[in-house]
Design a binder for this molecule. Sequence first.
Ligand code: ASP
Length: 335
Amino acid sequence: MYNRRKFIKISAAGASLAALSNSAVAKAISSTTDAGFPIVISTWDFGIIANKGAWKVLSTGGRALDAIEAGARIPEEQDISSHTVGRTGLPDRDGHVTLDSCIMDENGNCGSVAAMENIAHPISVARLVMEKTPHVMLVGEGATQFAVEQGMKKEKLLTPESEKLWKEWLKTAKYAPVMNIENGKKPGDKYNHDTIGMLAIDAKGNISGGCTTSGMAFKLHGRVGDSPIIGAGLYVDNEVGGATSTGVGEEVIRNVGSFLVVELMRQGYSPEDACKEAVRRIIKKKPETAKQIQVGFLAINKKGEYGAYAIQSGFSFAVCNAQQQDLLIKGKSFY
Ligand code: ASP
């Protein structure tokens, strides 16, 4: 029921996973030393459709920031299977769909919205916060109000299917949010969290990134994860590279994960090694918790080399550049 794969095949973006050659998937490498840009990389299987949107911008000489916004809007709009992003996200414990997102450009500008309701494209609102306000972050009703003032449509996001799943959850959950909620899968894995985290380098070599999610399903009302927090769910430094995360946001926030990955790359770590070290620190601080949860990092350096690492197996990311438009790669993991 929560399996995104079967739905992504029917994506209107024409980026069907069914079209992926087995060999592309089977490569299963998790890092590269092939430098080059433009390039865009994104978390999870739905990174494929997001990358397609970004590539339209990058391949025609566009700016990385525009590519990130265009790409992230696709799963926000279309991935009707995921229940983890945009208009089809699962609600919180009280039935509210609350969305988190952030964006960061090559100049260190950033914008973010958290716990925002009734607006389907948080990535665009985050960009508007960055470009049209003196602030970095707007939350809750204020974020919705700002989005409407900027001309965005206010709409009900709770779909009948999401409402049904929430009501089913209420029957057994005793109204208590827990990390491990769905189908016995690990919290933070692709069945119960999932963020689209994206990093792009444009033809000029400039880096931008973005993150968008509905966060943890059936969370406490008001809960905010790592995804809209600059430095946790996303960080870009145009001198070094960028990083983004997915999984249980609480553990990423505690470790300021994406900032850490970028700083490790600054010290000379490869993108994969930097992600691995960030994951290792999460495990080291809470080894027992770590066995039960998923956290994954994805990173790119200034040369266009990329890599990823996760606590658990099952993490995937998508790569798109001039050589390959729909490559899906299995991230390496500790467990
Ligand atoms: N990191 C997101 C959060 O904790 C969700 C996810 O990527 O699974 O809200």
